[in-house]
Design a protein around this ligand. Structure first.
Ligand code: NDP
Length: 523
């Protein structure tokens, strides 16, 4: 391991990825304690890492997918074996409660690994596509490894995001190089240590550490695909860099999830869902509830119940005590939260709970409820990525849908109603990659289902069968079914007769009056 655990404590204000020597210092957001230093990777080292990964990948790709699955499950087993150590570091480096480090990251990661490893042989198996016209040919689709895949990850879920994407890419036979966020490098390095000790080839999965320039260097190092999770602005840069190099990328960007509470919603469940959806991970999730549109019939009661539940939340150092809401991972998010609250209050919102940063050690912002919000407030239009839930009353479902769709982002959306048909109709019209009815977050915890956004929330999907196949390269192999003649009738030389034959075939097959076309309709 090229990093050491630090022992001296520092205040949270001193945290910010401060530099010491050639490394990035990582501090605990909840206490200011220096946790360790991760060595910076230079651009030349990134290139060398990708080259080593490519060499390791050749032997890996030669293994049958079943064998890759079996070996990768050793990594899962080793993670589970060291669960408490990983949960502890994850909780300390992000400031999230241990419950969340365990449940939302390690448990969900182990489950995704298990599902993918069980199903990858079926999903990646060669597939025959029946040909409707060229019956003398046989087409088989193969899912072949791409080479080296780069995974660039944010700080809010620094275990599950990079390692779930990496695991899926590895199953397809590629090698992976991960660039974790500069804010949370230690958990990535510790997880890499688990990988190395589980007997898997060291060069097959590598970590490069640094700031945005290391991400740029990774994209530039000759990789075959990028899976990026992060903000919209960085996503645009990543897409442009990938476009320049003509490599594909998956972009998992920001969200502004609306929660539509219909007049017939179960009040108690909706209030609990707003609170969990808004404050889990201190609201630092791309699928957090960021806007509540509640029908006037239930709005006053929903605000009242939500506020009461929020006031019961215990906030504190989640690695040291049992708390519900942890710290803010990235200090800049506190300033963003303050700006949103000030703007909302200046424009007439009512502060029902919280509203300010907590005094004392650590980076904390109180769980905040803002009522009577309007679309003119930044808290309703820009991503919050912090523990604030803005609420607004609407007259009917139509208005709720209109307001929900009035956003450049479209990742997750939530609908609460006792009437499944009504909820399904709303879901059909809400512009989002996923719509969850009477629940929050459960779509991300379903590895079978595709996850990703529309509009500025990005493109491409992670999770599910199609995402796994997309991590591989698609190769179509076309065989002859019968011994072919020396010369195909459609080949050279072109003649007047063959042209006339082509015209007759076109009319017969595709014109409404054509004999073959009419016969096809009858069949
Ligand atoms: P950023 O976009 O700032 O960074 C994401 C990653 O990209 C980091 O590792 C970052 O490095 C790296 N990076 C920065 N600049 C470049 C560049 N020019 N080229 C390549 N890589 C670069 O996001 P945050 O870390 O701030 O994460 C928060 C964002 O992530 C939120 O907006 C949130 O919505 C989004 N997100 C989306 C999810 C989804 O699934 N759709 C899930 C979770 C978060 P460094 O940290 O060193 O700057």
């Amino acid at each position: 391991m090229g990093w050491a655990l630090g022992i001296d404590a520092k205040t949270s204000d001193e945290r910010n990825g401060g530099m010491r020597g050639r490394g990035i210092e990582s501090y605990a957001p909840a206490s200011g304690e220096l946790l360790g230093e991760a060595p910076l990777t230079t651009a030349a080292e990134v290139k060398a890492a990708v080259e080593r990964a490519r060499v390791a990948q050749r032997a890996w790709a030669a293994l049958p997918v079943e064998e890759r699955c079996e070996r990768l499950l050793r990594f899962r087993d080793a993670l589970v074996e060291r669960a408490e150590e990983l949960v502890d570091l994850l909780s300390r480096e992000t400031g999230k409660p241990k419950h969340e480090a365990l449940g939302h990251e390690l448990f969900a990661l182990a489950d995704l690994m298990t599902w993918y490893a069980k199903n990858a042989p079926r999903i990646l198996a060669p597939r025959e596509v029946p040909l409707h016209l060229l019956k003398h040919r046989r087409s088989v689709i193969h899912y072949v490894p791409r080479g080296v895949i780069g995974v660039i990850a944010p700080w809010n879920f620094p275990l599950i995001i990079p390692f779930a994407d990496a695991f899926a890419a590895l199953l397809t036979g590629s090698a992976v190089v991960i660039k974790p966020s500069e804010v949370t490098p230690l958990i990535a390095l510790r997880t890499k240590d688990v990988w190395d000790k589980s007997g898997l080839p060291e060069d097959l999965l590598q970590i490069v550490v640094g700031y945005g320039d290391v991400g740029t260097a990774l994209i530039d190092a000759g990789i075959q695909k990028v899976v990026f999770t992060g903000g919209v602005a960085t996503g645009r840069k990543v897409a442009a860099a990938c476009g320049e190099r003509l490599i594909p990328c998956v972009l998992e960007l920001g969200g502004k999830a609306p929660l539509i509470a219909c007049s017939d919603a179960d009040l108690e469940r909706t209030a609990h869902a707003v609170v969990f959806g808004g404050f889990a991970n201190s609201g630092q999730a791309c699928i957090s509830v960021e806007r509540v549109f509640a029908h006037r019939d239930i709005y006053p009661k929903l605000v009242e119940r939500t506020t009461a539940l929020v006031k019961e939340l215990r906030q504190g150092n989640g690695s040291a005590q049992t708390v519900d809401v942890g710290a803010i991972i990235f200090p800049k998010q506190i300033e963003i939260a303050e700006r949103h609250v000030a703007d909302a209050l200046a424009k007439g919102a009512l502060l029902k709970a919280g509203g300010k940063r907590r005094t004392g050690p650590g980076q904390f912002f109180e769980p905040t409820v803002l009522a009577d919000c309007t679309p003119q407030m930044t808290v309703m239009t820009e991503e919050i990525f912090g523990p604030i839930v803005p609420m607004m009353a609407v007259d009917n479902d139509e208005q709720a849908i209109e307001l929900a769709n009035d956003s450049p982002l479209g990742l997750n959306a939530y609908v609460f109603s006792s009437d499944r048909e009504r909820a399904a109709q709303i879901a059909a019209r809400v512009e989002a990659g996923s719509v969850v009815i009477n629940d929050v977050f459960s779509n991300y915890a379903s590895p079978e289902a595709p996850f990703g956004g529309i509009k500025n929330s990005g493109y491409g999907r992670i999770h599910g069968e199609d995402a796994l196949r997309d991590l591989a390269e698609v190769k179509h192999v076309s065989f002859d079914r019968f011994r072919p003649p020396a010369r195909d009738p459609l080949w050279y030389p072109y003649t007047e007769k063959s042209y006339r034959w082509g015209l007759r075939a076109l009319r017969a097959m595709f014109s409404g009056q054509g004999l073959i076309a009419r016969m096809r309709e009858l069949i």
